[in-house]
Design a protein around this ligand. Structure first.
Ligand SMILES: C[S@@+](CC[C@H](N)C(=O)[O-])C[C@H]1O[C@@H](n2cnc3c(N)ncnc32)[C@H](O)[C@@H]1O
Length: 485
């Protein structure tokens, strides 16, 4: 039953979105879409659904805002690492063996959001020494996502699984963000493109793709739109080319030219015009119900009940949880941490996993609750600050970082983060003091020591970043001297 306030104007808008973007807007997704529509309406200063429909169908700027509001742009570098391992060890190696090492390889990240997936592919190609004339195309329907992708500037959250060596090799610190190096940025090209459009992007029309990543997109599509999309993408693949979907996407079944290959819990699809099978390990994929149901039923099943926790106490295995997190097995992380709600470290690891599975907003809510349960945990308060910053609530994020430095004045990263937000809000003298404190704390450490609350940031690098922030600030405003940041 529809709520009584549900009108034809609501339906018309949802129908429009479904047709325009291919989205299936039912159940909780319909509620989420309606709430996103309401925020987009407020941003466009429109009060009625009828007037809004008129606006989005006549002015692109309002339609773009709506698309941004309803898109789920959650992504990060090397998401689902096992898929990148398969790309490296089987797909690229296989193509090189077949065609020679100098032949360019063409990849398309379809529904690339802010570009982390396309750049991950570009990094892998560079790392493997694949011909620089290879192409990685990233496309998305969201204009702002494509702009972000082109900028190549990322928050730490997008690099949550990266280690120090990786960061050093490809990124430089830029305020609270990380800037991807030019040599990788130059390997990827981004274009706005709607996957429901009957024509492929120009570059794909010009040359077929060896690999198409279509991850975490089908999950939002209706069955019919998904079928049409798969057919179109298959027609863009070379003979022997690969289609890669995410492990939570609905499986593709019964396609006449797609061979399914299972490896390490992931499924890959290979296009064979002749229908020839190449991998001996092919096995049929279980028919999964609609993906959202699969996700919902997997997660709670992995978490023990309260009784089980009470009868089977065991110590928190931090190493196992961190290892599972490193390989992207977030359901396992949640299983390993679920018995330990009283351990703030377990809670922080679990919240990071939640963020990976469901996005920043859900993780923020869990973190907010956990901060109340663990009011002295600097790790949880710092994480809360990061989520708030990620959600655009800078002033609340600054308060959260202040709380962290109050709890532990020696935490350089918290001073640095606070400085960044203050500088952005124009509070230069407080920002300067926060950066100076961060710099002083880092300089007092062994230069190679890893900064607490980071996985891979050496003290020397944060010191240099703090120094460069101080040098880049406008001259001091003396009026605020003596106040705390
Ligand atoms: C959850 S993100 C996936 C990002 C990346 N592929 C990954 O797996 O990390 C889904 C993206 O699909 C995009 N998308 C949704 N409908 C689309 C459409 N009709 N055409 C192109 N992109 C679309 C959204 O804008 C969003 O950025």
């Amino acid at each position: 039953m529809q709520p009584s306030s549900f009108t034809t104007a609501h339906s018309q808008l949802l129908q429009f979105l479904s047709e325009r973007m291919g989205l299936e807007l039912i159940g909780t997704r319909r509620d989420a879409a309606l709430s996103a529509i309401r925020s987009a309406m407020a941003e466009s200063d429109v009060e009625t659904f009828d007037e809004y429909y008129e606006r989005i169908t006549s002015e692109d700027i309002h339609l773009d805002r709506l698309i941004d509001a309803v898109s789920v742009g959650e992504t990060y570098f090397f998401r689902e690492p096992a898929q990148f391992e398969f790309l490296r060890n089987h797909i690229i190696t296989g193509l090189q063996d077949a065609r020679g090492y100098d032949t360019p390889i063409h990849c398309w990240s379809a529904g690339c959001a802010s570009g982390e997936e396309a750049y991950s592919i570009a990094i892998l190609l560079e790392d493997m020494g694949v011909s620089p004339s290879s192409r990685v195309l990233g496309t998305d329907i969201s204009k702002s996502a494509i702009e972000q992708a082109r900028a190549g500037l990322y928050r730490a959250w997008s690099l949550r699984t990266a280690d120090a060596a990786f960061m050093d090799r490809y990124f430089s610190l830029d305020g609270l963000n990380y800037r991807l190096c030019d040599r990788i940025r130059e390997r990827a090209i981004f274009e706005r493109h709607n996957l429901t459009a009957p024509v492929a992007p120009d570059m794909v029309v010009a040359e077929s793709c060896d690999v198409i990543f279509l991850r975490n997109v089908l999950i939002y599509f209706g069955r019919d739109a998904a079928t049409v999309l798969i057919e179109r993408l298959v027609s863009c693949l070379t003979d022997g080319g690969w289609l890669i979907t995410a492990s939570c996407d609905p499986p593709i079944q019964g396609h006449p030219t797609l061979e399914s290959i299972s490896s390490e819990g992931c499924v890959f699809y290979r296009h064979r015009k002749s229908g020839a099978r190449t991998f001996p390990t092919v096995r049929s994929i279980a028919i999964a119900p609609e993906c959202e149901q699969r996700f919902v039923s997997t997660l709670p099943a992995a978490v023990p009940t309260v009784n089980e926790v009470a009868t089977k106490p065991h110590p928190f295995d931090r190493d196992a949880a961190e290892k599972a997190s490193r390989v992207g097995d977030y359901v396992e992380v949640i299983r390993l941490t679920a018995d330990h709600p009283d351990d703030p470290t377990a809670k922080a690891i679990s919240i990071r996993a939640t963020a990976n599975l469901t996005g920043s907003l859900g993780a923020y809510r869990e973190c907010d609750r956990s901060c109340r349960d663990h009011p002295f945990s600097v790790e949880l308060h710092y994480l809360r600050g990061l989520f708030l910053f990620d959600l655009g609530r800078s002033s609340d994020a600054a308060d959260a970082f202040r709380r962290v430095v109050y709890l532990d004045p020696t935490l350089a990263l918290a001073h640095f983060s606070l400085g960044t937000i203050l500088a952005k809000s124009g509070d230069i003298s407080r920002a300067r003091r926060a950066f100076q404190t961060a710099h002083g704390l880092c300089m007092a450490m062994d230069p190679d020591a890893i900064i607490p609350l980071t996985e891979h940031e050496p003290a020397s690098r944060l010191a240099a970043a703090a120094r460069s922030q101080i040098d880049g600030l406008a001259p001091a405003d003396d009026t605020a001297i003596g106040e705390n940041p």
